[in-house]
Design a protein. Sequence first.
Length: 319
Amino acid sequence: MKRFILRFCIWAFLALVICVTVIALGSDYQKTLSLISSISPEYLSLIIISVLFNYALRFLKWQYYLKLLKICISLKLSLWVFFSAFTMVLSPGKLGELVKSLLLKSRADIPVAETAPIVMAERVTDLLGMLLLCVIGFSQTSFGGRPILIVGALIITGTYAITTEWFWNLVIRLANRIKALEKLKDTFTMLQKSTQNLLSLKALAVTVPLSTLSWAGEGVALYLIFRSMGIDQPGLLGLSIFAHAFSSIAGAVSFLPGGLLITEGAMGALFIYAQIPNEPAVSATFIIRAVTLWFAVLLGTIIFAIGHQAKDLEDLKNI
């Protein structure tokens, strides 16, 4: 019965992601395609390169995490697992990217509990990287100081907490008291070991700068979108990087699928604050979401389809 409930919850979650993807793609897609087609090939190429720069650095971080956990898989498999997870970027908080752990279990028989903390560490360091961009950008825009401070304090406190012995001792004590969780004590121990390795100060010294640079890449893409429209004003590059990071954090903490509506709303508010004309501000918001969010979904779907095996789908069905 418990297994049935777990499977139902997982598949209901996947159905939610698929429905949100279909609905979002069906709204204003013609307008978005029209806006993208209006960009010159030179600028469009630079925009895509900036987005791919983000993906490349995030893949390096993924590889670094696998190395930290002493997980050895082929580069081909690692690339396929990493990009296949892009199909789930619309899941709330990107939790759907836990599919990486399921695919590694299917292909390399690596325990899910060992690799699941990688997805959490990726999200934490992404937020820390974007937070750092916001702190840098705040010195130029003076926008959103209080939300940045509050979210930053929560992220840093939470990151510290889940790496302490106290936190995991509490989790294990709770597991001992709850009969349904007694079987998971070994799993919690594995989660603890992986989490503490991935979020150690030594690891953060590598992964946070990588995250900061990678997400700055998508901010540069936003800047290039404005430049392709002929928008040019003092501090536009810094504003673009700040706006993308700030709105991405807002979308992430909202826990809505893909941060839809919240990300766009935060970005629009920033553009109004910066006195960017309405039409290019709205157009830039549509385009940056298309070349980041929707491009990621499309890329992930294609790569998963090319590299998947029947066994992968069977294993996912038998969760």
